[in-house]
Design a protein around this ligand. Sequence first.
Ligand code: SAM
Ligand code: SF4
Length: 425
Amino acid sequence: MCYAIPGKLVEIKKNIGIVDYFGEKKNVLLDYGNAKVGDYIYAQGGILVNTISKREALEILETWKELFFELKKTDEKLAEIEASPSSKNLLAVLQEVNLNKTLTKDELLYLFALKGKNNLRLLYETANNIRQKTHGNACCVHGILEFSNVCENNCFYCGIRKERKLKRYRMGVSEIIDAAKYACGELGFKALVLQSGEDNWYTEDKLTTIVSAIRKLGVLVFLSIGQRNKTTYKRLYEAGSRAALLRFETSNKEIFETLRPGTTLASRLELIRYLKELGFILATGFISGLPGETSEDVINNILLTKSLKPDMHSFGPFIPAQDTPLKDHATIRPDEMLKTIAISRLIDKDSNILVTTALETLEKEAKRKALLAGANSLMINVTPKAYKNLYRIYDGRVDKDINKNIKETIAILRSLGRAPADLGL
Ligand code: SAM
Ligand code: SF4
């Protein structure tokens, strides 16, 4: 099984290619690889990552041909709006969304406080409808490899913070490259997120070796390594990494600086903006449900995410971890996360929104529910078995065997009519 459908490059305008997926056209950036009109290519996050032979592409496309159109139909059907609301206010706000008006903070707070089965159903259905109209049934599925649980920071919320007594691991450089070869070669992922604590044992040279080797596999190399130097990120971009995940965590300066001792919101935001400037595909967002957070903070988080113009929104619920200062702090309810997803979709219509594994820990049906509330992107954990249980950023993490997880995810995507075509620019 492949986590991306190849497309045919049908036109090139400067550095932008137009790629055809069974008649659907998506734009991709061509700077990352070489391709000419007529080539079959793989794209991820709107950039060309690899070309493949016509024979191989046609073989893969043959297996998708009928299924692709069936999936589209299913998705269109599920994206119809059927619910009738019990609130006139809600209709009025959704009408403003239809008219592309900017919602006021009070309207956003009203949506976040929304109650009642019918109202919530209408909110989620509207968000899903917008997702379908902007992105069709494309859904990207990235692999995530957690290569080290060593961290020099002490974030209060995090289960791999420096002060926690925990069995630590660091995957060696060649071990990481081998795990990436397995995830991309054997399992078929076309984008790989490399995640770790802030661990300077991985020097710029080591990270550069890792990135260059994985880039040679013809996949998108996605970094999630925390607040490293700007020069390090620049070098890793030059080595072939093209995407970075760095959440600002919370827009509330006081909460940020209390929970992340020794760091500032301003410097985190500066780095996030720099990553975008460098040309990285940017994934950013926040943790929801931190102590002291109000509904207004959640809305500010959603608005700050949008203002950073990310290519992907990444936000998830806080879940406590043992032996951390927040071990007794409660989590938020799954419906508050679903509302956050739907509101993000309403105010940033063409965004890409990730379903995080933390949400899956809170809610068994997270993937399905979130994909039906406006999300369009997933990650599957491909960390080797020996380490997966040690990457304990929070308690009760869903620990599924990789192959089982892939199988279940494919089944969910198929039942919802989603296809792993690229989301385009
Ligand atoms: N060290 C890097 C960083 O902080 O950006 C990357 C790894 S860190 C574990 C990735 C993300 O995990 C953080 O951005 C944070 O939002 C999330 N996280 C940490 N502790 C969490 C918790 N207890 N519940 C939910 N998410 C958590
Ligand atoms: Fe380290 Fe990231 Fe966890 Fe903070 S959130 S302690 S930086 S791994």
